[in-house]
Design a binder for this molecule. Sequence first.
Ligand code: ZN
Length: 190
Amino acid sequence: MKVVALTFDDGPSKYTSSILDVLEEYDARATFFVLGNKVEVYKDTLNKIILNGNEIGNHTYNHKWLSKLSVNEIKSQIEKTQDLIYKYTNYTPTLLRPTYGSINNKIKKTTDLKIVLWDVDSLDWKLKNSTKIYNRVKDDIDDLDIVLFHDTYKTTVESLKKLIPYLKEKGFQFVTISELYEIKKLRGYK
Ligand code: ZN
């Protein structure tokens, strides 16, 4: 069995719910790295993410370059977001995706959250074309990969409608990041 972890940054947005529907249709799970300042407005979406068996991670409060902030500012960006997510969902994330995938020792020392980067970048924010996103990811993806998307573009939703059935047909299963780590452990990875 081949597994992949689809991840979505910068939401929730008005497109997130459509992504959840596509995932549900194909019995797929994913991980959503949300911004703290979007949590209250999209609290229903956030609860739907969890209810459908997906995972929520922390992507800072308002997308500041974490690696350029002081320890106190980093703490505040992360903790404010943890608190808001907990307040509206009763769920406590264990994962952090640093903004721009940029990490340093200051960030590592400031948080207990597991820092999650990616293996395949869909470049959906740049391509904004569902066929191009689809082609890029399908040609690049491999067993155990983490794929980066943003649930803030309509073209990303459209690309998933082709990509998920295609990959499913190829024998891929779609799991959350925490599930991916468990699978890696079972297979003897560190
Ligand atoms: Zn981001």
